[in-house]
Design a binder for this molecule. Structure first.
Ligand SMILES: [Zn+2]
Length: 212
């Protein structure tokens, strides 16, 4: 498959926007993204969407807003908000002219893949990702599930396992479907123990704090 030059320019746009807003991978979080939204004049509305809908960009009467599924956890929420930023920067005229209607987005493959490419590069630039793989000695075609867990814990980017899994496969560090049956959260607990909020002493302490 030929690389789509359109996607290369979207990666460039993502890096330019990072630079414009002084975004670094380690410091990027929901607070930073909300600040960008407010600077761009985009309103965020929390919505009760069906599970399959993450978010939608709307611009009525030059009043842009993003409706976001309020149940989304942190990493996919961040990803969705940055995905919708791409629609704001690139697709807004078409959306305003009604050439694309809200909800049609999924049928508009190029637009959607473009937004995924933009978000991925904005949140965790590919060059930084490749540098991290090298530091962790993860070789092309050789990435094990344990490596993915190590990468998630050490990359310092606000990304989900799904994000890492997809990119590792796309860049040839793992075979397609290599991780389909892996439950990474479980594997992480097996390797490193349960997260702090699941540990008995923490729950006891929190219980005491709440009782006060
Ligand atoms: Zn979209």
């Amino acid at each position: 498959m030929m690389a789509n030059p359109n996607y290369a320019s979207l990666k460039e746009l993502a890096r330019a926007k990072r630079a414009q807003y002084g975004v670094t991978t380690e410091a990027l979080n929901l607070i930073v993204v909300r600040k960008i939204y407010s600077d761009e004049g985009i309103r965020i509305d929390n919505w009760e969407f069906p599970r399959t809908i993450r978010a939608a960009y709307m611009s009525d009467d030059a009043d842009p807003s993003v409706a976001i599924n309020k149940t989304l956890p942190r990493e996919p929420r961040l990803f969705s908000l940055v995905h919708e930023l791409k629609h704001h920067y690139v697709d807004r005229p078409k959306i305003e002219q009604g050439q694309i209607k809200c909800g049609d987005y999924n049928e508009n493959q190029t637009i959607e893949i473009g937004a995924e490419v933009f978000a991925a590069e904005f949140i965790y630039p590919e060059t930084e990702f490749l540098e991290r793989l090298q530091l962790l000695n993860i070789e092309p075609g050789q990435c094990s599930p344990e490596d993915v867990v190590r990468l998630k814990r050490e990359c310092r980017a606000c990304v989900s396992y799904q994000f890492l899994r997809k990119r590792l496969v796309r860049l040839g560090f793992a075979m397609p479907h290599a991780f389909d049956k892996i439950q990474f959260q479980k594997l992480e607990e097996q390797l490193y123990g349960p997260p702090i909020y699941k540990q008995k002493w923490f729950q006891r302490r929190r219980g005491r704090a709440q009782a006060k």
